[in-house]
Design a protein around this ligand. Structure first.
Ligand SMILES: C[S@@+](CC[C@H](N)C(=O)[O-])C[C@H]1O[C@@H](n2cnc3c(N)ncnc32)[C@H](O)[C@@H]1O
Length: 229
C-alpha cells in the first residue's frame, strides 16, 4: 500500500472512531494516570538538564497528554501538536492545544524552537523506513542544540504487545500498524540515528489493576527517553 493511502486510512479510522477512542481514557483512568506519570518523569528529567521544556507532540490525537502536561509555570510547554485526524484535532483544540493538520512524515518547522519531540502511541504508526527518516529530520532540526525525544509505546515483547500484535487482524486501530517494535529494536533504531537512549519507565497493564506502579523497566506501557546528539 502506498504511503498516502495508508495515512488516509489511519486518518479515516481515527475520524470515525475518535469518540470511543477518547472515552477509553475515561473508562481506564488508572492507566491514563500512570501513562501521564511516566511521561512526566521524562519531562522532568529533560527540565533538570536543560532548565525548560519546549515540546511538540507528533500524533497529538485529542490532546489528552499535551493539555494535561502543559505547565508554563513549571517551564514545561507542551501545547503544540500535529495529527492527520481532523476530528481528533477538533477535540485537542477545545482542550487548549495549538494544533495543525499534518502528516508527521512531512514535518517542517523552524529549527531550534523545540527541544523536545513527543510521540505517545503514535511512533508505532510509522513504517520502518518512516521511523528512520523522521529521526534524521529531527536531528537536522536539532543541530547546535541538545534535544530529546519521548516515545510512549507498548513494546512488542511485553504481554500487552503480544496481545495487540495478534489483534492487528481484527481491531481497526491496530490494523495499520506494521509491527509493534520490541524495546531492543526501538533502542537500536534510535541509536543508529545518533539518538542516545537515556532511560525508560514502564508499568504493567495485563492482569493488573490500579495498584500497578511505575518502575524503571520495560513493561506493557513504556516511555523511552532519548537524547539527540
Ligand atoms: C493511538 S493515537 C495516540 C493519540 C495521542 N498521542 C494519545 O496518546 O492520546 C495515534 C495518533 O497518531 C496519529 N497519527 C498516525 N499516523 C500519523 C501521521 N503519519 N502523522 C500524524 N499523526 C499520525 C493518529 O491520527 C492518532 O491520532
Amino acid at each position: 500500500m502506498k504511503n498516502l493511502e495508508r495515512v488516509e486510512k489511519i486518518a479515516a479510522t481515527y475520524n470515525k472512531l475518535i469518540t470511543p477512542y477518547d472515552e477509553w481514557y475515561k473508562a481506564n483512568k488508572w492507566i491514563y494516570d500512570l501513562e501521564i506519570e511516566c511521561v512526566k518523569k521524562a519531562l522532568h528529567l529533560i527540565k533538570k538538564e536543560t532548565g525548560y521544556v519546549n515540546a511538540i507532540e507528533f500524533g497529538i490525537g485529542t490532546g489528552r497528554f499535551a493539555s494535561y502536561l502543559h505547565n508554563p509555570e513549571e517551564k514545561i510547554n507542551l501545547k503544540f501538536g500535529m495529527d492527520i485526524s481532523l476530528e481528533a484535532l477538533k477535540i485537542a483544540k477545545k482542550r487548549g492545544c495549538i494544533v495543525w493538520l499534518a502528516d508527521m512524515n512531512s514535518v517542517n518547522f523552524k529549527p531550534g524552537i523545540f527541544n523536545t519531540f513527543v510521540f505517545i502511541t503514535s511512533f508505532c504508526y510509522l513504517t520502518k523506513y518512516e521511523k528512520a527518516n523522521i529521526l534524521k529530520t529531527l536531528k537536522l532540526h536539532s543541530e547546535n542544540t541538545s534535544s530529546f525525544i519521548i516515545v510512549g509505546t507498548v513494546p512488542g515483547e511485553t504481554p500487552l504487545g503480544q496481545i495487540y500484535s495478534q489483534q492487528r487482524n481484527y481491531i481497526e486501530f491496530f490494523s495499520h500498524i506494521e509491527e509493534f517494535s520490541t524495546s531492543e529494536e526501538l533502542i537500536n533504531l534510535f541509536e543508529s540515528q545518533s539518538a542516545k537512549f537515556v532511560k525508560y519507565w514502564g508499568f504493567k497493564i495485563v492482569d493488573s489493576d490500579s495498584s500497578s506502579s511505575i518502575k524503571e523497566e520495560v513493561n506493557d506501557f513504556t516511555v523511552f527517553l532519548f537524547k539527540l546528539e
